[in-house]
Design a binder for this molecule. Structure first.
Ligand code: PHE
Length: 501
């Protein structure tokens, strides 16, 4: 039998009676562990080796842990400094000991909380005393850190667990592979195996010389484990946004653009939101201390004022509550992108629009909410509207079904809702794929005449605001919005999450 050199080396280093790990074989053959792993799987496929895999937990130094290996654990440095200052005989000021130990920042708290625990001394009324015969070099935690730094493998025990909870080590799972010779492997070795010259890579030289005709090529095991290479990647939320845009463009929509900071006029007044509506108080909106917006078309402003004061249409009735143009001109961060819909529907963002029209945006909005698993203070809204003659609720529902179907979501539900600017209105719900919990994914409706009339639109407009983050939660399975972005987001999740479609 002829085998490539590395396979032969691994075969010869393996035993029929003892399991040898990849690490053992690498040490014995002088080959790299990944080369040994590759050869072991090739030999397994040829029936010459058995490969077993066990998952083991082992400790790994964190950056902080690696630093302590060099500098010493903070509590041990405090002990040494205290001793040198004579704290074995008379208490010394804690500030002085901390200074002498050269500790600052979080290292001070770490030193103090572990000092007494380890029986190195005590702290009382700002004075530090050290136990004279405590031997700080006899410290299992430090010994464990040094062993890890020296490349030893440690599995979880009390000391490692304590270091883990201190954030000095982390527990990682690793797969340990071990091999044994099969009967066929033993037979092959007894019968004698020769090395076959194999070539792993086709080079220009091989091609030019024509030697490629005579050499034997190593086969690739495309399923073998390989070191993971993680390059740059678009953030999962951005990828979801891109996908949403593609889907909506595919459904015949055009994109809207407009300011993040806008006047209350476009954000709220055009939407027939009464000026004393709770959402318009300073509690809910991020007001900006800047000059009010002068550039609001006068005719539109007075039509909107009329709708608020007296109503619009034959049996319209306004709010009969105070309305002030000054308030309408004030600037805030938009709490929804429906402000863009107002700008476009009014014709103010470009030419007046003739039905039918479809517009969308996937843009950021800002709300003074309380941060929790499903709420962020700023998030992306998928805004959209369709302007056409004779739209019905069926058109609205059908549009959403079509849209969410593109993301594999086929079980959305609608609940009647109230918005001051739409009638009828619906909230949309979907089920979280992991937790099964019902989550709100959007809000929608058909604009009232009080909204479309003053804007100069005389046909139907159905519209919505959907939450991009919620859609991403449904497609990625993330069950906390903070897993998607922000400091809590898991880097591994960001590296691997797929936007399913
Ligand atoms: N502005 C609404 C929101 O932020 C969404 C919406 C837009 C609802 C248009 C109906 C019509 O929740």
């Amino acid at each position: 039998m002829r085998l490539p050199e590395r396979q032969l080396a691994v075969l010869e280093a393996a035993s029929a009676t003892d399991e040898r790990t990849i690490g053992d074989l690498a040490a014995e053959t002088g080959l790299k562990p990944e080369t040994v792993t590759g050869a072991a799987f090739e030999l397994r496929d040829e029936g010459l080796l058995d490969v077993t895999e066990t998952t083991r937990e082992r400790a790994e130094l964190t950056d902080e842990g690696a630093r302590y290996v060099d500098e010493g654990l903070p509590e041990r440095r405090l002990y040494r400094a205290g001793r040198e200052l004579g704290a074995a005989d008379t208490p010394v000021s804690m500030g002085e000991a901390i200074g002498a130990a050269d500790l600052d920042g979080s290292a001070v708290d770490i030193a103090l909380s572990n000092f007494a625990r380890k029986g190195l001394g005590s702290i009382d009324a700002g004075e530090l005393t050290v136990v004279p015969d405590a031997d700080p070099s006899d410290d299992p935690e430090m010994a464990a850190l040094e062993a890890l730094a020296a490349g030893e493998t440690l599995t979880a025990d009390d000391v490692v667990d304590r270091l883990d909870s201190r954030g000095v080590v982390r527990i990682v799972e690793s797969v340990i592979r071990a091999v044994t010779l099969t009967d066929a492997g033993v037979d092959a070795l007894m019968a004698g195996v020769e090395t076959a010259e194999t070539v792993a890579e086709l080079t220009p030289e091989l091609l030019a010389s024509g030697d490629w005709r005579d050499v034997e090529f190593a086969s690739y095991d495309v399923e073998a484990d390989a070191p993971q290479a993680t390059g740059g990647r678009k953030h999962v939320l951005r990828r979801t946004a891109d996908r949403v845009k593609d889907v909506l463009v595919g459904m015949g929509f055009q994109e809207m653009a407009g300011p993040h900071a806008d006047s209350d006029f476009w954000i709220n007044d055009c939407l027939f939101m009464p000026q004393d509506h709770p959402a318009r108080t300073h509690w809910d909106r991020f007001a900006l201390d800047v000059e009010p917006m002068e550039a609001i078309p006068e005719a539109l402003l007075s039509r909107v004022e009329r709708a608020h004061r007296e109503g619009w249409g034959e049996d319209g009735d306004g709010y009969h509550s105070p309305w002030s143009a000054d308030f309408a001109r004030e600037i805030a961060l938009r709490g929804h992108t429906t402000s863009l819909s107002m700008r476009y529907l009014s014709g103010h963002a470009g030419a007046p629009l003739d039905p039918p029209q479809r517009y969308f945006s996937v843009e950021k909005v800002y709300r003074n909410d309380t941060l929790d698993p499903t709420h962020l203070l700023e998030f992306f809204q998928i805004e959209g509207w369709v302007m056409a003659e004779d739209l019905s609720v069926r058109d609205l529902m059908g549009t959403f079904e079509e849209f969410y179907r593109q993301f594999g979501i086929t079980d959305i539900r609608f609940k009647p809702h109230y918005n001051p600017y739409t009638e009828p209105s619906f909230e949309l719900f979907g089920d979280h794929p992991e937790t099964g919990e019902e989550i709100e994914i959007g809000n929608s409706g058909i604009f009232r005449e009080e909204v479309t009339g003053p804007l100069g639109v005389d046909c139907d407009v159905m519209a919505w605001g959907l939450a991009l983050e919620r859609l991403a939660m449904l497609t990625t399975g993330a069950d906390d919005i903070r897993d998607l972005h922000g400091t809590l987001a898991d880097i591994e999740f960001l590296r691997t999450a797929e936007v399913s479609y």
